[in-house]
Design a protein around this ligand. Structure first.
Ligand code: SF4
Ligand code: SF4
Length: 428
């Protein structure tokens, strides 16, 4: 499409990059067919093509973001289904991230919206604060019928009980059980280690059992995706910088074969650190090296010689393909192949390309639309009549579990169980 940015605007690398992306879009509209918000709402402004047009108008104008544009950009899940569908290679992810930063810089949101986003941006990336907030949510849960909208959504998403912190927390090195074949860093993340600590525990057990030494640098934490998707680039960069420095230090020390990530939403962001630090003269090379080593746990697991060691009951597993895994990282077959190799009866879910509505903080900020997508996903899962659901992203797991009674487990918990680990608690 034709763009009309001024030369002064194009001197800004962000505008220049967005200009390149916009020019790739030919407005064919193929992407609308697979966009969850367009599918639900049927409004062109809630489609990728409509949003791309509005972003162009907003950025070219140089004016504060108009409220109508903010509404439709806020409704975007960043599920990246449009990037999978687009035949012209439009990098919607970088474009919408720039749009969100522009909105954050130029638009004044209503007070409650600002406060909520500010609080989420501070609490979610910090496990200790997040744990405290969940204790508060548990205490307030009986009052949920007195609340509406986003407050109610937050109380409903809070788990009914809090898991104790992992016994493995704070241990910096987990040696390989057999002779060491590989050495990796594990990203233990932020919200996941509070909501479901067994996912990291299962990952460590699974890797060390297969001859992989696992290091967990103390300084590494949240990947930065949560603030980034709220347009708070400064906060995201601060968190990402800590990770780049921590993992680079391991890489330059004893060396690393991979950086393992078991929350696919984080994996998509870490794999994009090269872009995030493009303008940083000091960190850009280190960030590129870190991004190049980032690996989803299933992507890494297919390189291991897995041995099934346990006789498991015959279980039909509905595999939910998280958007960040299938669209963000283009990893579709690996999780299913691994589970099938362990004799699980894996079934695909209809409309598997459509988001479950979790999308980071989306289910808290857009509860109505998120609820519609959750119901759609749950209905599609139920139609396959599975025994359990498996996914590779804690956000999706929590979203789906809040809508159905079936056990929802992480793919690596099943792989750990099949290769000699304990049965996941969710199946007890
Ligand atoms: S499919 Fe790609 S080129 Fe076509 S309208 Fe969508 S983003 Fe633009
Ligand atoms: S990221 Fe998802 S919700 Fe947003 S425009 Fe693309 S397909 Fe639609």
């Amino acid at each position: 499409m034709k763009t009309e940015f001024s030369l002064a605007q194009l001197a800004d690398p962000k505008f220049s990059r967005s200009n390149d992306i916009l020019r790739n879009c030919v407005h064919c509209g193929f992407c609308t067919a697979t966009c969850p918000t367009y599918t639900e709402l049927g409004d062109e402004r809630d489609s990728p093509r409509g949003r791309i047009y509005m972003i162009q108008q907003m950025l070219e104008s140089g004016e504060p973001a108009p409220s109508s544009t903010v509404t439709h950009i806020d409704r975007c899940l960043s599920c990246l289904s449009c990037m999978t569908t687009c035949p012209s290679g439009v990098h919607y992810m970088h474009l919408v991230d720039h749009a969100r930063q522009y909105i954050e810089e130029t638009h004044t949101r209503p007070l409650f919206d600002r406060m909520l986003r500010g609080v989420l941006g501070v609490i979610l990336p910090r496990p200790n604060l997040f744990r405290l907030a969940l204790v508060g949510a548990l205490l307030a849960r009986p009052l949920k019928l007195l609340t509406t909208g986003r407050i109610r959504a937050m109380l409903e998403m809070a788990p009914s009980r809090l898991e104790p912190p992992s016994a493995l927390d704070g241990i910096p090195v987990h040696p390989a059980e057999t002779s060491r074949k590989k050495r990796v860093a594990l990203m233990t993340g932020c919200a996941q280690k509070v909501l479901a600590p067994d996912i990291n525990d299962a990952t460590v057990r699974f890797l060390t059992r297969h001859g992989v030494e696992v290091v967990i640098p103390k300084q590494a934490g949240c990947c930065g995706a949560l603030p980034l998707h709220m347009g708070k680039e400064g906060g995201a960069l601060d968190l990402a910088r800590e990770n780049v420095l921590a993992w680079s230090s391991e890489l330059e020390g004893e060396g690393l074969d991979a950086i393992i990530i078991n929350t696919s939403g984080c994996g998509t962001t870490v794999k994009d650190y090269g872009h995030l630090f493009e303008e940083d003269d000091v960190l850009s090379e280190k960030a590129k090296a870190v991004a190049g080593l980032a690996c989803d746990i299933t992507e890494f697991a297919v390189t291991l010689d897995l041995q099934k060691r346990a006789e498991l009951p015959s279980l039909k597993v509905a595999y939910h393909s998280a958007c960040s895994l299938q669209h963000g990282q283009k990893i579709k077959q690996e999780p299913k192949s691994l589970l099938s190799a362990m004799d699980f009866n894996v079934t695909d879910i209809p409309e598997s390309h459509i988001c479950c509505g979790s999308a980071g903080t989306y289910n808290l900020l857009q509860p109505e639309l998120s609820g519609k997508l959750k119901n759609r996903k749950v209905k599609n899962i139920a139609s396959t009549n599975p025994d359990i659901v498996a996914a590779g992203n804690i956000g999706c797991m929590a979203q789906i579990a809040s809508g159905m009674d079936l056990p929802v487990v992480h793919t690596v918990q099943l792989l750990d169980w099949a290769t000699g680990g304990p049965k996941p608690d969710q199946l007890s």
